[in-house]
Design a protein around this ligand. Structure first.
Ligand code: TR5
Length: 143
């Protein structure tokens, strides 16, 4: 019976509101909320910053540690699917920064990196960002 309940409930798990919003988001190269965060027009909890990269805590954390790592200059990178050769350096830097923050946040037993892309990837903000998630046992596969 427990198995049956598990199967039934797995079909009815509600989607988080922000993910429902993501399904409705239209890919766009219009300015995003992240521009205002970069310019400090909107407050955020910054955990790392240098000349190229900003990292701040997600407003709707999906894990005890949930940090977004973004390029300060979007340069066409609305999402990973728009990446071109010139972006290789910043892409590497975003991942390396994620590793530094994972260490800084004490995620010594593991963490996850996520990049959502496009409507089917549930992307809601069209300024490339790397999610760093950790601080609990993460499940696989993701939803
Ligand atoms: O869905 P994707 O992968 O595009 O990720 C976008 C992320 O931005 C989501 O996890 C949101 O929770 C997060 N987000 C959205 C806003 C926001 C934020 N994180 C920090 N601060 C935020 N502000 C001030 N405003 C948002 N709209």
């Amino acid at each position: 019976i427990i198995g049956r309940i598990a199967v039934l409930t797995s079909h009815f798990t509600p989607m988080a509101p922000e993910k429902e919003a993501a399904l409705a988001a239209t890919p766009s190269d219009a300015p995003t909320i992240f521009d205002k965060i970069i310019n400090k027009e909107i407050p955020s909890i910054v955990v790392y910053e240098d000349d190229k990269v900003l990292a701040f805590r997600d407003i709707a954390p999906q894990a005890p540690v949930h940090v977004l790592i973004i390029p300060k200059i979007r340069d066409g990178l609305t999402g990973l699917s728009k990446a071109e050769g010139r972006h290789c350096e910043i892409l590497g830097r975003l991942l390396y920064t994620a590793k530094l923050i994972a260490k800084q946040e004490g995620l010594d037993e593991g963490f996850r990196i996520v990049i959502n892309d496009g409507p089917k990837g549930c992307q809601s903000v069209y300024h490339l960002h790397v999610h760093l998630l950790g601080g609990r046992q993460l499940n696989w596969p993701p939803g």
